[in-house]
Design a protein around this ligand. Structure first.
Ligand SMILES: [Zn+2]
Length: 113
């Protein structure tokens, strides 16, 4: 089950980061969370129509070419200027999905006093 896999990933990764990098648990948990988001993004990377931008739906043109963003054999095609917003949207979608499992992004640490 996906939720269990995510929790196991976080637990294992947090321990590994603490051990390897000597970080505190809250720091390691934040790091592990961002690794989980990347794993999830890679796992769900869409294979999209090469003739359309996955963000705005527009076609490529000579002055505004579509660039392939790939993971393995799967590619998504985007205008250079659409990439940032596409990535932000995908990241938000993944974080929303994880939140449904009760896995939320650890809050930023307070500045040490
Ligand atoms: Zn576009």
């Amino acid at each position: 089950m996906m939720e269990e896999r995510c929790r196991r990933f976080l637990a294992v990764r947090t321990e590994a980061i603490m051990k390897r990098r000597g970080l505190s648990r809250p720091e390691a948990e934040r790091e592990a969370f961002s690794h989980l988001v990347v794993e999830f993004l890679n796992l769900t990377h869409p294979n999209a129509d090469p003739a359309r931008c996955a963000q705005c739906g527009g076609p490529g043109s000579q002055n505004d070419v579509l660039l392939p963003i790939g993971v393995g054999a799967r590619h998504t095609w985007l205008h250079g200027h659409c990439w940032e917003s596409w990535r932000a949207r995908r990241r938000a979608e993944v974080e929303k999905e994880l939140a449904q499992f009760g896995i939320v992004k650890p809050v930023e640490l307070e500045a040490a006093s």
